[in-house]
Design a protein around this ligand. Structure first.
Ligand code: UFG
Length: 330
């Protein structure tokens, strides 16, 4: 299939591009390279340094490459930044997606797999999270993604030939098992990379954001899914799309690990007893988030290969050891 990957120079998008090419698809990447890395893009993909808000340019690319499906990853994805700069998030994530949908309409492209997030649920009343629970985001990032889910549902309702799947990610983690691409954010705030930077000596200490949560060990619980499993789910979703589809799936492994469990695992994998301190809670962190992942398993036959957090961390550790400066600035 001819697939357009937005955000294909980013962490998750670049892993999707690699998997698509390895599965025999032709891939065009659209990325404004604001936070992405040229070097992360597979050499067999065509890279167009276009911003999603450039509707005309996007339309031209969609037509030129006879795109059949769009995998839409491009987005800003820091919860804290979204609270401080909400318009940046609404503009990039919501307006950018609107522009993309306009371009798809103009070019007659009617398939999309969309990167949504468990942040659209806000603070759920029960665990695990099932797709039918209310969506009440608690930050602009979550809202910006929920707006796009809504746009997609309305577009699909108006056009019986349109079909989409929105995948609500939990915590995406790990790097390509072959070590070719990885995770390189600036600034880095995610737990696994931060721990690995501490293990490499790039940080003196890591801070646990709160130890007084109502969880067994007092630290927050999250559902970590390996990035290669996650992109596999995208390919399954793409292959299963039909006219009129409006599908929503949680994408996690269906079990949670606490921050303390993550630290133990990272110390075991790296063999480094890095320093850990306890700090205050980080605003906006729900105590516990993990998926009920039955729907995607039943509908698409998706089963994650990585279910042991140590294996997930190991793939990230291999990347961080080999690329201590990330992709480096070009
Ligand atoms: N944490 C620490 N110390 C750190 C970094 C993180 O204790 O230095 C904790 C956080 O408080 C949280 C857990 O580790 O409990 C995971 O934090 P991450 O920052 O790695 O990930 P989040 O769960 O905050 O964020 C992820 C995605 C977001 C998405 C969000 C949904 O990265 O894009 O889940 O809530 F919006």
């Amino acid at each position: 299939m001819n697939v357009l990957v937005t955000g294909g120079a980013g962490y998750i998008g670049s892993h999707a591009v690699k998997a698509l090419i390895e599965a025999g698809h032709r891939v065009t990447v659209v990325d404004n390279l604001d936070r992405g890395h040229k070097r992360a893009v597979h050499e067999k993909a065509t890279l167009e340094p276009v911003d999603l808000r450039q509707t005309g340019e996007l339309t031209t690319v969609l037509q030129r490459d006879a795109i059949e499906c769009v995998m839409h990853f491009a987005a800003l994805a820091y919860v804290g930044e979204s609270v401080d700069h909400p318009l940046r998030y609404y503009d990039n994530n919501a307006t950018g997606s609107l522009s993309l949908l306009r371009a798809m309409h103009a070019a007659g492209v009617r398939r999309m797999v969309f990167s949504s997030t468990c942040a659209t649920y806000g603070i759920p009343e029960q665990m695990p999270i099932v797709e039918t629970m209310p969506q009440q985001p608690i930050n602009p990032y979550g809202w910006s993604k929920l707006f796009v889910e809504r746009m997609l549902a309305d577009v699909a309702a108006a056009d019986p030939g349109f079909g989409f799947t929105a995948l609500r990610y939990f915590n995406v983690a790990g790097c390509a098992a072959d070590g070719t691409i990885g995770e390189d954010h600036d600034p880095e705030t995610h737990l696994i990379p931060v721990m690995l930077e501490a293990a490499l000596g790039k940080r003196d200490v890591i801070t646990i954001f709160g130890e007084d949560y109502p969880t067994p060990d007092g630290t927050c619980i999250r559902d970590y899914i390996h990035v290669e499993d996650l992109v596999e789910a995208h390919i399954l979703a793409m292959n299963a799309l039909h006219d009129g589809d409006a599908r929503f799936y949680n994408l996690g492994i269906g079990r949670g690990y606490s921050v303390r469990e993550m630290i133990e695992a990272a110390k075991a994998v790296t063999g480094v007893d890095f320093k850990v301190e306890i700090g205050p809670r980080r605003p906006g962190d729900p105590p516990e988030l993990y998926a009920n992942a039955d729907r995607i398993r039943q509908d698409l036959g998706f089963t994650p290969r990585y279910t042991d957090i140590r294996h997930i961390i190991e793939t990230a550790w291999n990347w961080f050891k080999a690329h201590p400066k990330g992709y480096e600035k070009e």
